[in-house]
Design a protein around this ligand. Sequence first.
Ligand SMILES: C[S@@+](CC[C@H](N)C(=O)[O-])C[C@H]1O[C@@H](n2cnc3c(N)ncnc32)[C@H](O)[C@@H]1O
Length: 239
Amino acid sequence: MMPKHALTVDPRRRAALYNERFPDRPPLAFTDEWVTGTWAIGACWKNSNEIYGAYPRGYLERVHAMFPEARRILHAFSGGLNRMTAARAAWPWVSESESKMEDAVGPPRRPRWDGLVLGSDLDLDLVDLKGAEDGRAPTWQGDILEYCQLEQNSARFDLILADPPYSPEDAEKYGVRMPNRREVTRALAQVCRPGGILVWLDVVWPQHRKEEWRTWGQIGLVRSTNHRVRLVSFFERTA
Ligand SMILES: C[S@@+](CC[C@H](N)C(=O)[O-])C[C@H]1O[C@@H](n2cnc3c(N)ncnc32)[C@H](O)[C@@H]1O
């Protein structure tokens, strides 16, 4: 029998980081090996951008609260998320002011903030099949499987956030084929460093290979009545 991969992520610390950042929210529960809880995001009428299925407001801040040290971040199925919003959610300390932040994230200018430079110390990729003409803002436009192949096993990312279409009906709304979850989790394993994290938002716990990913947390995401309840699954890339 394969030995069980020993986690390096420390679920207790990750839950504690969230609980400190959101003290008025129901705390996440944890053991040495598992985090669980509910994020009741509430019926805020605005999502983080305009496209169908956009991240609910506050979702990214919750996730990033748990991984403040992540420097190389990939958004798979990034949708309408743009680089500035993604950077600000991940590294709030580099956004002293909105206009300065726009400078910081908009190529080609890359001023320094606290010694950190987006583009070298801070690495952020957003991948989506659709482009600006469809309201998306990827840094790389195309199929996520192709992106991972081009990256050629770079094992580059500390943190990957994935928000795929949840069903064939949703995929049809985006004008794409429903991705195969198992293929995508396999491909993402090639670009995540050992000990790196995958945070997958979906209505199912996605299929994956245990030799590549170990699940260490599951959080229910509730918006409001008549919205689908989603599951945030947390994985660690096994060595
Ligand atoms: C649920 S939406 C993501 C929304 C995003 N979280 C946001 O805040 O806007 C799913 C996205 O996946 C993209 N997509 C679907 N299949 C894809 C694929 N094979 N590769 C890359 N992107 C894909 C769609 O174009 C769509 O923008």
